[in-house]
Design a protein around this ligand. Structure first.
Ligand SMILES: *[C@@H]1O[C@H](CO)[C@@H](O)[C@H](O)[C@H]1NC(C)=O
Ligand SMILES: *[C@@H]1O[C@H](CO)[C@@H](O)[C@H](O)[C@H]1NC(C)=O
Ligand SMILES: *[C@@H]1O[C@H](CO)[C@@H](O)[C@H](O)[C@H]1NC(C)=O
Ligand SMILES: *[C@@H]1O[C@H](CO)[C@@H](O)[C@H](O)[C@H]1NC(C)=O
Ligand SMILES: *[C@@H]1O[C@H](CO)[C@@H](O)[C@H](O)[C@H]1NC(C)=O
Ligand SMILES: *[C@@H]1O[C@H](CO)[C@@H](O)[C@H](O)[C@H]1NC(C)=O
Ligand SMILES: *[C@@H]1O[C@H](CO)[C@@H](O)[C@H](O)[C@H]1NC(C)=O
Length: 506
């Protein structure tokens, strides 16, 4: 039975990547960057040490206790040297992390915390010393709680000035050693999950939504928050170009969550719904950044709920992103359901506005999904063709598995290599994709699954007081791929399978 199921599994994998030719690291340009990622609240821990104050994520994690919190997480704050050593051993070319705003500037604005400053300077120096390129995200779900309390955070235009001032400190203090900046992490899904659905910090939604949010308005806030994110990004980007770029020579981009989207059937309705979903999920942010305004379809459906850019703002936003950061995990079907903006405002939210239901493929669930590598290739093609082929960094891609279930994470390796192959196909067809980051470098505290599911190439034993790190098979696979000793092709997968026979719980 075991042998048969392994064999069938093997056949399926060969078929799944059959359209991808064998490849190695050397098939990518030399200056292409392969790395892995984490974010501040998910990795650092030490939440009330050395002057750090709470962010909305701390508050959110502590208000629903079933998923745990990032109080300790991986303790990256104290273990950063150990982790950079692991990255170097893994052969990572780049590391993506984020800066905790309230560690660097505890009041959100004003005085810099010397210990927070020192931590990030040390981390960046440690990375550079090991030849690892830092890619810094300025904002990853962790708004200073004080701004949420004072003025409602991202739904208030005051955030633009505060975010720009925070970015100014980061550029000034770290910009000599950081050449790659992302302003805001997965801005579209951030606006949706935090202000329409309420399942991400700060947890806003209308009173009758699925989640019991203490505040919010799902019919207006996601668009308002998204608008302010675009403006805050554009403002920080302008500042960078005026004040730092000549000297520091870095690039600055914006990132979105990018589902692969494909019609559920070949009916006209599902095709139209898929195009509309692309406008709502991609065009919402990419159209202003590349062409200067929101998609017509969104304007038509949302009317006055979609904020308007002034002429001056249009100019500011257009062209403000040197690259587009893509967070991509899976592809979903879109089944038609008509947008229902005519609902009572109390019933409106992002999804009733968009219409179209997204459905996971095959046996995918929210936490475990099928690898659909061609979905990434199509996303990259779509952005190339529809948005003037901007430079792209894939800032997250990876596979969740039950935390602690096995170090023999072969399904993760199969997933990653298939997606890297799909990305290579797109690059060969002239997508300007310049980097790829596995989420995550190490098991971290996860936004939607706490410590139940993890994505790391290194395991962390969260029950161990020392938070022991252990490499998974994926870490050694990535090392081999990056040092050119692993060719990805059907044979590589056969070898992998023979290595794990009998030892995997999958
Ligand atoms: C949300 O805002 C709209 C427009 O201002 C308003 O009509 C509606 O009542 C608000 N809904 C809630 C739940 O506050
Ligand atoms: C929301 O509140 C209702 C009533 O208090 C409760 O039954 C329900 O379980 C809560 N839902 C969530 C997601 O917390
Ligand atoms: C879904 O899972 C069931 C039970 O494990 C299996 O029989 C079926 O073939 C799977 N379907 C797909 C599309 O993978
Ligand atoms: C390759 O790019 C061309 C030009 O953009 C496009 O027409 C074609 O469909 C692309 N091929 C694939 C396989 O996506
Ligand atoms: C994790 O650490 C705890 C405490 O040190 C230990 O008892 C347990 O065996 C460890 N788990 C694994 C899988 O090593
Ligand atoms: C699989 O095992 C072979 C020999 O036992 C070894 O050379 C190879 O590096 C292993 N592959 C991985 C990815 O661990
Ligand atoms: C390449 O990576 C493999 C791990 O997959 C490792 O065993 C090997 O020593 C590395 N070779 C070099 C030349 O670094």
């Amino acid at each position: 039975m075991q042998a048969l199921s392994l064999f069938i599994n093997f056949l399926l994998i060969v078929l799944a990547i059959g359209y991808i030719d064998a490849f190695t690291r050397n098939d990518f340009p030399e200056d292409f960057l392969f790395g892995a990622a984490t974010s501040a609240y998910q990795w650092e821990g030490a939440v009330d040490e050395d002057g750090r104050t709470p962010s909305v994520w701390d508050t959110f994690a502590h208000s629903s206790n079933y998923l745990g919190n990032g109080d300790i997480a991986c303790d990256g704050y104290h273990k950063y040297k150990e982790d950079v050593k692991l990255m170097a051993e893994m052969g990572l070319e780049a590391f993506r992390f984020s800066i905790s705003w309230t560690r660097l500037i505890p009041n959100g604005r004003g005085p810099i915390n010397p210990k927070g400053l020192l931590f990030y300077k040390n981390l960046i120096k440690e990375l550079r010393t090991h030849g690892i390129e830092p890619h810094v995200t300025l904002y990853h779900y962790d708004l200073p709680q004080t701004f949420e309390d004072d003025y409602g955070g991202w739904i208030n235009r005051k955030i633009i000035e505060d975010f720009t001032a925070f970015a100014d400190v980061c550029f000034r203090e770290f910009g000599d050693d950081v050449k790659l900046w992302t302003t805001i992490n997965e801005a579209n899904i951030f606006a949706i999950s935090s202000y329409s659905e309420g399942f991400a910090p700060p947890g806003h939604c209308s009173p009758n939504s699925l989640f019991n949010c203490s505040t919010g308005n799902s019919s207006t806030e996601p668009y308002l928050a998204g608008h302010n994110m675009l403006l805050a990004h554009a403002s920080a980007s302008k500042l960078y170009k005026l004040k730092y770029k000549n000297k520091q020579r870095g690039t600055i981009g914006f990132s979105i969550y990018a589902f692969g989207l494909t019609p559920y059937s070949n009916s006209k309705e599902d095709e139209v719904a898929t195009e509309r979903a692309k406008d709502f999920l991609f065009g919402w942010m990419l159209k202003p950044l590349v062409f200067g305004d929101y998609p017509d379809e969104m304007k038509r459906i949302l009317g006055s709920r979609l904020p308007i850019f002034s002429e001056e703002e249009l100019e500011l936003v257009k062209g403000s992103s040197d690259f587009i950061g893509i967070i991509h995990y899976t592809t979903v079907y879109v089944k038609n359901s008509s947008p229902t903006p005519s609902l009572l405002p109390s019933r409106q939210n992002f999804f009733t506005d968009m219409g179209g239901v997204t459905i996971f493929m095959g046996n995918s669930t929210f936490f475990e999904w099928d690898a659909v590598p061609w979905g990434l290739e199509r996303v990259l093609e779509y952005i190339k063709q529809s948005y003037n082929n901007p430079p792209i960094y894939i800032l997250e891609n990876g596979k969740p598995m039950k935390h602690g279930s096995t170090l023999q994470d072969t399904p993760r390796i199969e997933y990653i290599q298939a997606y890297i192959g799909a990305m290579l196909n797109a690059i060969k067809n002239r997508s300007d994709t310049r980097g790829y980051f596995v989420w995550s470098m190490i098991d971290v505290y996860e936004l939607l699954s706490g410590y139940m599911y993890s994505y790391g190439m290194y395991d962390v034993n969260f029950s161990d007081p020392g938070l022991k790190r252990s490499p998974k098979l994926s870490a050694s696979w990535y090392t081999g791929f990056l040092n050119g000793t692993v060719d990805v092709g059907p044979q590589a997968i056969t070898r992998l399978h023979s290595n794990i026979s009998g030892s995997s719980s999958f």
